[in-house]
Design a protein around this ligand. Structure first.
Ligand SMILES: C=C(OP(=O)(O)O)C(=O)O
Ligand SMILES: [Mn+2]
Length: 264
């Protein structure tokens, strides 16, 4: 099974890049399933119903979220019914939506799991123990499991990779918006990448206009961040999974921008 994962879609620039590049991604990587992190898809803060619809219409099969899940209040109207969207599983019991789900495409079935880190992020339940419980459950149904660990600290993400090695097909980190260069397949067969990176404005600061971010750093005074309007970058990865064992056989980073991308 081939799965493409697209890193944090940020604002209209990120959405436009996804719409424009999905045909190329489908052609070049031939994925059976495409998963994207959508927590910044609406202006950098959350996601709404029409963007969710667009992503699915364009060919995304499943959407993961993160710390901005609740920023756009519209999500409360559809997150319970939208079984192709997940938010971090280690939020308080009774939180709307679901922390994992099963994505089916043709004869393929992939469990997707969303977790959020606790280092430098608001309090949440233990992501490691939540992962243990969920992996125990989903592996009864399928050995092909993607985990999006939305976290700030590299150490927490690397630790999660080792914690799930042999139990997940892929542990991919999101949230920092900067793709790391540590893609590998761990000894137990789990593909790992500390952060998939961002799909959004290339020439800002983590997708935001650099002027306001610099103003904040230089003056310490409050200011509002807006999604930058610059050339785009698309970041993510493609992973190949042996469906009988659930083990990854290949991981390949994807990172193209408006200047380097050539529609092959
Ligand atoms: C990009 C970041 O945050 P978010 O997208 O969650 O605002 C971050 O804090 O690294
Ligand atoms: Mn985030």
């Amino acid at each position: 099974m081939k799965v493409v994962f697209i890193g944090d879609i940020v604002g209209n620039v990120g959405r436009d890049a996804v719409k424009r590049l999905l045909p190329w991604i489908k052609d070049k990587y031939q994925p059976h399933i495409i998963i994207a992190n959508g927590e910044n898809a609406a202006g950098g803060r959350g996601i709404n119903a029409s963007i969710t619809r667009d992503l699915f219409d364009w060919g995304v099969h499943g959407i993961t979220m993160g710390n901005h899940t609740w920023d756009n209040r519209e999500i409360f109207e559809f997150i319970d019914d939208e079984k192709r969207m997940i938010r971090p599983a280690n939020l308080a019991p009774g939180t709307p939506g679901r922390g994992y789900t099963y994505i089916k495409a043709g004869s393929k079935e992939l469990a997707i799991v969303n977790l959020i880190g606790r280092t430098f992020l608001p309090p949440s339940e233990c992501p490691f123990r939540a992962a243990d419980e969920i992996l125990e459950e989903v592996r009864k149904k399928t050995k092909c499991v993607l985990v999006d660990f939305h976290a700030e600290a590299t150490s927490e993400k690397i630790a999660m990779g080792w914690h799930l090695d042999g139990r997940a097909s892929l542990v991919v980190g999101t949230h920092t918006h900067v793709q790391t260069n540590d893609d590998r397949i761990l000894p137990g067969g789990t593909a790992y990448l500390t952060d998939a990176g961002m799909t959004g404005p290339r020439d800002g600061v983590l997708g935001m206009e650099k002027e306001n971010v610099l103003y904040k750093f230089l003056t310490g005074l409050p200011t509002r961040f807006q999604v930058a309007d610059t050339k785009w970058i698309l970041s993510g990865l493609c992973v190949e999974i042996d469906e009988t064992t659930g083990k990854a056989t290949k991981i390949q980073k994807i990172r193209v921008d408006e200047d380097t991308w050539i529609a092959e």
